[in-house]
Design a binder for this molecule. Structure first.
Ligand code: SF4
Length: 428
């Protein structure tokens, strides 16, 4: 084993491609949705949405089927008296939080999550959080962020949540050695795999944000090098950089190629030799490639259309085009963060049609005209498109499912192959 297996370099990249920018009606979920996966990740945190009955319904219908224990999220309902200014919303909130924390002593971190209604009545949740934190520290820390649906996408809830953690991360000791911080909620199984890989590569110490327990909030400072595990963490990255941490530029760890590029960025920062990197990753890459080859039979040559939803669209499109040989009709993304997506843009086929933002009717027209083999979209569009005979994949499923890393590469491809196989069977 003598060299790193390079990322294929034949694609010219689509950095210079014109991007269609649209501002119109959008079909997206709000940031409250992030609570569904974040509450499972931070195991002693509680998410208290300060919102309306609509917010409560959204969370419960999205999470209801997954509750096996007493849930670690709830909604403090803003009612007519709060809206009319008759009741003191702050006093009501203090009562709700006190009752909750008395009843649930296992909670160590409480997030007050803002919503459209709390923003409409201008309830200052940051002041409420600092007031309640003073009252309940050191046993419970209270933070706040907004999950409001006005002009956001559903993954921004995670960004806002992680950004709220950054100011309370401890400072790294002055004598600290450089440390790697992996930023973005990953399934525990994926996190464990990456931890082992970094260990074998000789990269470390490694910490993850968010941590599994509130007390394990990692330190941050100028010696911290961070890798984004998710492409929708602009505010969190900015907050980490403000504390001196340095972002490592990399593609996102989807598929064999993305995972290798992502690990390579850390390996370069730690000056790991090419031979050691290749020897450590080669068996895993080989397994990933075998798993991908099976799925490629179903996916190669098929066309795909992405509606803007999760912000995972560009890394997914890069993976499906380059490793699965799918044809990209349109790759829509809610926001195009050119800096964070620079490595992805460099790998995407040169003629990729990118769109940013949404005007849903116009985009639906383009989609219907193209009749792609599969459409990646939000729940609100999936059923109507299925009724029109199109095959769809829910974007939100890609956030709930472990898809990062070598071991999950085959599963990721299968998420796209399965609906196509099912549709073929239905038609046959
Ligand atoms: S969009 Fe606003 S009102 Fe609707 S569920 Fe989300 S936060 Fe609540």
């Amino acid at each position: 084993m003598s060299a790193v297996i390079p990322i294929r370099a034949e694609a010219a990249g689509c950095e210079d491609q014109p991007v269609l920018r649209e501002r119109g009606q959008r079909e997206v979920f709000c940031g409250l949705t992030g609570i569904i996966w974040l509450h499972r990740k931070i195991q002693d945190a509680f998410f208290l949405v300060v919102g309306s009955r609509t917010c409560a319904h959204l969370i419960q219908s999205a999470a209801g089927v997954m509750i096996f224990a007493e849930p670690r999220f709830a909604t403090a309902i803003i009612d007519e008296r709060d809206l009319a200014g008759i009741a003191d919303a702050n006093a009501e909130l203090d009562k709700v939080v006190t009752r909750l924390l008395e009843r649930r002593p296992e909670i160590k971190l409480l997030f007050l999550v803002g919503s459209c209604p709390s923003e409409v009545i201008k309830l200052d949740l940051s002041r409420a959080a600092s007031r309640l934190s003073q009252q309940f520290m050191p046993s419970v820390r209270v933070l706040n962020y907004s999950g409001s649906g006005i002009e956001t996408t559903f993954t921004q809830g995670e960004d806002a949540c992680l950004a709220s953690l950054v100011p309370v991360m401890p400072a790294e000791p002055q004598t600290a050695a450089p440390a790697l911080l992996v930023v973005g909620a990953l399934a525990d199984v994926v996190e464990d795999q990456f931890r082992r890989l970094f260990d074998e590569l000789g990269i470390g110490p490694v910490a993850f944000l968010p941590p599994r327990r509130a007390a394990d909030l990692p330190a941050v400072g100028p010696k911290t090098r961070f890798l984004l595990a998710q492409p929708f963490l602009a505010d969190t990255a900015r907050a980490l950089e403000a504390r001196g941490a340095v972002r490592l530029d990399a593609p996102f760890p989807l598929g064999d190629e993305g995972t290798t590029g992502w690990l390579q960025a850390a390996a370069d920062a730690w000056s790991i030799s090419a031979d050691h990197f290749a020897a450590t990753t080669a068996p895993r890459r080989e397994r990933a490639r075998r798993a991908l080859a099976r799925q490629r039979e179903q996916l190669a040559g098929r066309s795909i259309f992405f509606f803007p939803d999760s912000q995972l669209e560009l890394p997914l499109a890069r993976f499906l085009a380059r490793e699965m040989q799918m044809r990209l009709i349109e790759v829509g993304t809610p926001y195009l963060h050119r800096q964070h997506l620079a490595s992805e843009l460099a790998l995407l086929p040169a003629d990729t049609f990118l769109s940013e933002g949404q005007d849903v009717e116009r985009q639906l027209d383009r989609c219907r005209a193209a009749r792609p083999d599969i459409v990646v979209c939000g729940l609100g569009l999936a059923n109507p498109l299925e009724a029109e005979g199109m095959t769809t994949k829910w974007a939100i499923e890609l956030v709930f499912t472990p898809i990062q890393g070598y071991e999950q590469a085959g599963d990721l491809a299968e998420l796209f192959a399965r609906p196509l196989v099912r549709r073929t069977r239905l038609v046959a």
